[in-house]
Each structure stands twice: as C-alpha cells, then as structure tokens.
Design a protein around this ligand. Structure first.
Ligand code: NAD
Length: 323
C-alpha cells in the first residue's frame, strides 16, 4: 500500500496529512483547486520527489484528476468549504463544494483502485446535542447548519459505498481544529480585527459560546493512528470523534489573543446574531466531543484546548507578520 491521494491537501489540515504520509514513505498525490489552499502550505515538502500536486476542481468530474484514482489505494478526503457561516448565507455553495465533491470522489474511488477512504467530518453533525460530551453513537443527529447536514449526508454516502461497493471508510468527526496555517475561524478573525483596530474587538455572539479545540498536529497524529487501527480491525467502516477533554469560551479566546498581541484595555463589543447569543444562525453554541472511543485504542491529545488556542494565536501572529 503506497500511493495515497489527499483531496484538499494544499489546505490547512490536508497539508499536515500530506507531511505525515510522506514521512511514512507514501507516494502522495494532492488534488486541490487552490480556492483556499496554497503551495505555500506544502513548502516543507514541496521538493519531495514522492509528492505530486494536481490542480483540479472536484466539482467537475474529468480526467485531470479522476485518472489518479486508477492507481491509488487510499484517499484522504479533506477538500471542502469549511466555513460554517457561509453555509447559512449561501447553502448552495456548501451543497456543491461539500456534497457534490464527495459524491464525485466516491465515484472516482469506486471506479478506480481505491480500497480505503478517510473522510474529514465534523462535530457540527451533532447539532445542539443534549448529551455532553457527545459520543459517536449519539442520537438523534440533527445538524443546525447546512455545513453540518451536508457533512452528515457525506458520511452516509461513505457508509453506503462501504456496504454496497466494499470501499472501506474511516470517518473522523473533528472538534475545532486550529494551528499554524489555519486561515479561518475565531482566532484568525480576532487577530485580523485587532490588527485593524487594537482598541476595540467585535465578538460575534455573546462570548459565552463554549467549545472544544484540538491542535492540528494532535488531530493529524490521531487520524493516522486511527487509520492504522482501522487497517488492523478490518471493519467496513468506523466513526471516531477527535477533540479534547476541555473546552474554552469565545470570551477566553479573545483574552488569550489580546494577551498574545500584547494589547491592553481592549473594549469587547458583543454582537449576538440570535436571541440566544449565537455568533450566527447555525452556530452550535456548546460543543464537547466524547473522545473515549479513540482514547480506548491508545490515542491521547497532547495539548488542551486552551494550550492549543494560545499556541495557535502565537503561530498565526508570526505568520501574519511575515505575510
Ligand atoms: P481548508 O479550507 O484549509 O482546506 C480545504 C482545502 O480544500 C483547500 O486547500 C481548498 O483549496 C480545497 N478545496 C475546496 N474546494 C475544492 C474543490 N471543489 N476541489 C478541489 N479542492 C477544493 O480547510 P481545513 O480547515 O483544512 O478543512 C479540511 C477538512 O476538514 C474539510 O473537509 C473540513 O470540512 C474538515 N473539518 C475542518 C475542521 C476545522 O476546524 N478546521 C473541523 C472539522 C472538519
């Protein structure tokens, strides 16, 4: 087993998956339309002869990229539009970028030589879960964003392709993944706003939103650890949560970013977008995943949510300073 495709491999999480796979000796083909990804994200490995980058849009099934699936055994499907807020404003974008692309990737996999697929799913499929921390078998699954619902539909497509066509699927439901190279989400947003105006910070929501965060290297190590277990276990498909055991509020994130930027006396201007103080319609206000299933196999995150937030703020400030 030596050739792996990483869709979205020039993006934030995907680029770390690519680095890990190359370090394990895989030949890696990145398929990415570079809508939010970049070659810069792959700069550490760009000269590796085992890496090839194919610029292509997965919405359009054509031979620019489908041919790659005729000789690969593994696919890490990470291409998507990850912006939950966009899905509330323009659901069609998410239908096309997240569900149509997934269907095209599954079809290419089925018609090609692919045996295993790892899918980047999300905590948002649980919606406003009544059980916290939320385990993988939580029911009913009622996503409150179109992003969550197309990811859940994508999970079901993976499950059906495993039952119907024998394509083995590992589905990972990530909490909020943060770290160097991330270019969306609350930490990035706060840094950009504070760079513009260091005296006042607009905070979407009432600041009490409380969620779990996972540092990108922990998320990626966990994914590859679970993939190895998945190969050993030989199941048709498996689903795992990857996240942290603690959580952090948006207000605390603001405090950490302000501190890391060396600012003082910043006025916080809260902007609740729903009557119950969410950052936008479709924003899950409280999220904590039960990660005991992954832990029972031996995986542990090395950094807490708060540590991950601080390290990310520091890393992004460095990166943005450079840019
Ligand atoms: P990202 O935007 O950095 O990466 C997505 C990549 O997909 C980009 O490189 C982009 O150019 C590419 N892409 C998008 N549409 C494409 C298309 N039509 N054809 C080809 N390439 C396309 O986002 P990320 O945060 O690295 O997210 C990676 C995956 O993980 C996504 O599936 C996302 O939904 C999932 N996820 C992310 C988080 C998180 O907190 N970051 C949490 C849960 C799940």
């Amino acid at each position: 087993m030596s050739k792996a495709i990483v869709t979205g491999g020039a993006g934030f999480i995907g680029s770390y998956i690519v680095e890990e796979l190359l370090s394990k000796g895989y030949e890696v083909i990145v398929i990415d339309n570079m809508s939010s990804g970049s070659r810069e994200n792959l700069r550490r490995v760009i000269d590796n002869p085992k890496l090839r980058i194919v610029k292509a849009d997965l919405k359009e099934p054509n031979n620019t990229w489908i041919d790659e699936f005729k000789s690969a055994e593994i696919v890490f499907h990470y291409a998507a539009n990850p912006e939950v807020r966009v899905s509330s404003i323009n659901p069609r974008i998410h239908f096309n970028e997240n569900l149509l692309t997934t269907f095209n990737v599954l079809e290419a996999s089925r018609q090609g030589s692919v045996k295993y697929i790892v899918f980047a799913s999300t905590s948002t499929i649980y919606g406003d879960a009544r059980k916290l921390p939320t385990p993988e078998d939580y029911y009913p699954l009622e996503p409150i964003s179109v992003y969550g619902s197309v990811k859940l539909a994508s999970e079901y497509l993976h499950i059906t392709y495993s039952k119907l066509y024998g394509l083995k699927s590992l589905i990972i439901r990530y909490a909020n993944v943060i770290g160097p190279r991330s270019r969306h989400g609350v930490i990035y947003d706060f840094i950009l706003k504070l760079k513009k105006n260091p005296r006042r910070l607009e905070i979407l929501g009432d600041g009490t939103q409380r969620k779990s965060y996972i540092y990108v290297t922990d998320a990626v190590n966990g994914t590859l650890f679970l993939f190895e277990k998945f190969l050993e276990r030989g199941k048709d498909y498996e689903i795992y949560n990857i996240g942290n055991t603690d959580w952090v509020t948006v207000r605390e994130i603001a405090d950490i970013v302000v501190e890391e930027m060396g600012l003082e006396n910043v006025e916080y201007a809260y902007k609740p977008m729903t009557s119950d103080g969410r950052g936008w319609p479709g924003d899950v206000k409280i999220m904590l995943l039960d990660i005991s299933k992954a832990r029972s196999l031996g995986w542990e995150p090395s950094l807490s949510s708060k540590e991950a937030v601080r390290l990310t703020a520091r890393a992004l400030l460095k990166e943005l300073g450079r840019e």
